[in-house]
Write a protein of this length. Structure first.
Ligand SMILES: CC(C)(COP(=O)(O)OP(=O)(O)OC[C@H]1O[C@@H](n2cnc3c(N)ncnc32)[C@H](O)[C@@H]1OP(=O)(O)O)[C@@H](O)C(=O)NCCC(=O)NCCS
Length: 149
């Protein structure tokens, strides 16, 4: 993963979502380096024939309320969306999280309708809203999924 940070940062800054949050390659690089040094849970997908990493997921064992698993960030290369990579990333995270949490939580921006549909398609439910949490003009929607019956 450490070797992939530069190339992931290079395509992340092209994604309108992260442009709106004013992420730069420097900020992204620092975030991932900190995550790695703190032994955060990071997972990447490399598709055969592609020269760059196609997707990543960053999740925390007890990142939600100090109790439940939390998906901090997930992204698919802009040229590779709609191919099932996001679904594969999420499936991996859910499987891994089942070992230590019965639920998985995440935040999604109110304007990010595509991601909301993506999560709803994977059986996530909107269970709350935090107004102006990260950006003053954006609400963060809390989604969750029960991983164990
Ligand atoms: C959101 C994101 C991770 C989804 O990954 P993806 O690889 O494009 O999604 P997939 O191809 O795996 O789609 C999985 C399912 O969601 C559905 N889906 C994905 N995007 C959708 C959309 N915009 N509208 C409706 N359904 C959608 C697909 O139809 C598919 O359904 P299926 O399981 O029945 O086949 C990706 O588009 C991305 O990185 N977006 C930019 C960053 C971002 O928004 N990250 C999330 C921040 S909270």
């Amino acid at each position: 993963m450490a070797d992939d940070i530069g190339e992931i940062a290079a395509w992340m800054v092209q994604v309108p979502l992260w442009q709106r949050y004013r992420l730069t390659t420097e900020i992204i690089t620092n975030q991932f380096q900190t995550a790695i040094s703190e032994r955060a849970l990071l997972y990447v997908i490399e598709v055969e024939g592609q020269t760059v990493v196609s997707g990543f997921a960053w999740y925390l064992a007890q990142g939600a309320f100090g109790r439940s698993a939390y998906l901090k960030q997930i992204g698919v290369h802009p040229d590779s969306t709609g191919l099932g990579i996001g679904r594969q990333l999420l499936a991996h995270v859910e499987e891994a999280c089942k070992q230590f949490s019965d639920q998985l939580f995440l935040l999604v921006s109110d304007f990010n309708k595509d991601a909301q549909k993506f999560y709803e398609r994977q059986d996530y439910q909107h269970c709350g809203t935090i107004p102006a949490y990260v950006l003053p003009d954006v609400a963060e929607l809390i989604y969750h999924k029960r991983l164990l019956d």
